[in-house]
Design a protein around this ligand. Structure first.
Ligand code: GRF
Length: 196
């Protein structure tokens, strides 16, 4: 599920040929998100599910999540990857997909949860940052980590230069972490990522 340019989706698409997973569906809450075109080019079914109702109507978080859930089930999805999906999911949704729902976050979790990560990392004069792939649990960016990659932070970094360096490792990390999950080599057990 995506909301934007979908470069991580692109990395998963590039990896899937000889991987233990196949991308069957790409869902975006934003019409025109760049990732939708990448998916379509690769021949993957796409769907836009707006998080807002048509003008003058409301869509609650639960309504939105129920639509996502129905679309995922209809597509026969077994694992959900959040790849720049910019909506917070309800507790009900995350519980329903527990152990089969993962996200990539551009920091060394548990440090720097939430948004504006690179700005905050630079502001705090950190010497290193990175990316994490984690199981999604109801608490934001708090689920057990499956894999992490580290990058240096340079003294003259801007949020954009740091984001680019982190993104480069994200593109290796996400396929590697998804392979582990798809192969059954990592599982969410009693709130922990268990390997083996
Ligand atoms: C990535 O930095 C990811 O870590 C974060 O959102 C960004 C998505 O980028 N969750 P892209 O859409 O995959 O290019």
């Amino acid at each position: 599920m995506i909301s934007g340019r979908g470069s991580n989706l692109g990395a998963l698409i590039a990896d899937q040929a000889n991987a233990p997973y196949k991308i069957v569906s790409v869902i975006s809450n934003i019409e025109g998100a760049g990732g939708l075109a990448r998916a379509a080019e690769a021949g993957i079914a796409t769907q836009v599910i707006p998080h807002k109702g048509p003008l003058g109507t409301n869509k609650t978080r639960e309504d939105f999540d129920a639509e996502l859930d129905a679309a995922l089930r209809a597509a026969g999805v077994e694992i959900v990857c959040l790849a720049g999906f910019m909506r917070i999911l309800s507790d009900g949704f995350t519980r329903a997909w527990e152990g089969r729902l993962i996200n990539i976050h551009p920091s060394l979790l548990p440090a720097y949860k939430g948004t504006h990560v690179h700005e905050r990392v630079i502001e705090a004069r950190e010497s290193q940052s990175g990316a994490s792939v984690h199981f999604v649990v109801p608490e934001l960016d708090a689920g057990p980590v499956i894999a992490q990659a580290r990058v240096p932070v340079h003294a003259d970094d801007s949020p954009d230069t740091l984001a680019a360096r982190v993104l480069e490792v994200e593109h290796k990390l996400y396929p590697a972490a998804l392979r582990l999950l798809a192969d059954g080599k990592v599982k969410l057990e009693k709130g922990l990522a268990v390997f083996g």
